[in-house]
Design a protein around this ligand. Sequence first.
Ligand code: FES
Length: 234
Amino acid sequence: MERRQFLATCAVAAGAAHLGPLGEAWAGTTPRLYGRSQLVNIHGEPVRLAELALRTNYVFNYPYAGTPCFLLNLGKPVAAADSVLRADGATYVWTGGVGPGHSLVSYSAICAHKLAYPTREISFIRFQSERSPTSDGNVIHCCADHSVYDPAAGARVVSGPAPQPLAAILLDYDGATDGLAALGTVGAEQFDAFFQKYDFKLTMEYGQGKARMPSGATTVVRELTQYCRQTIQC
Ligand code: FES
């Protein structure tokens, strides 16, 4: 999203944030802003879009320290989707790819089916550029139960048991620096269910309560192969 366009969207979201219970009902259909997290590399330097390899799995944690997201340069313009469908029948607008080529997208990496996600040990969910026996290429495929999402269409469900798309991460692209920041989400978040389901595991991995701390002013981007030890292929 271009910076000016993004700020206009934020103005709508900021208005919704003051609506109390009505705002709660809107959550997931309008952008939800969290703190701004600059995307940085393992050395703490800002990630530049031009450095990101095409059709490669990158992962960063946002909006919480323990919630992973995919960052994908699809290598082609990705148009907005104005009617992405949630499981409850509500729809929302996804604003498409950001950057000069409108090719960069980001989604929560928590599967909308049974919440599989990339851990330090293993990931069943990942972007898959090549065609495979179980799905076409250029999809996000969760091998746990074969939910397939289209990252070029707001992560809508292509096939499998997932009831709704992955939540999208709102990115701010700075054309002057080629830098990127995460600002919020739109779509159905799975965070409450995620923290409930994996409470023990996340406590062991991050320490008591730390996985649910905000991701902070910066968040590190890694290739999935550096984020977890094993990625399941299917
Ligand atoms: S957890 Fe991803 S398809 Fe079931």
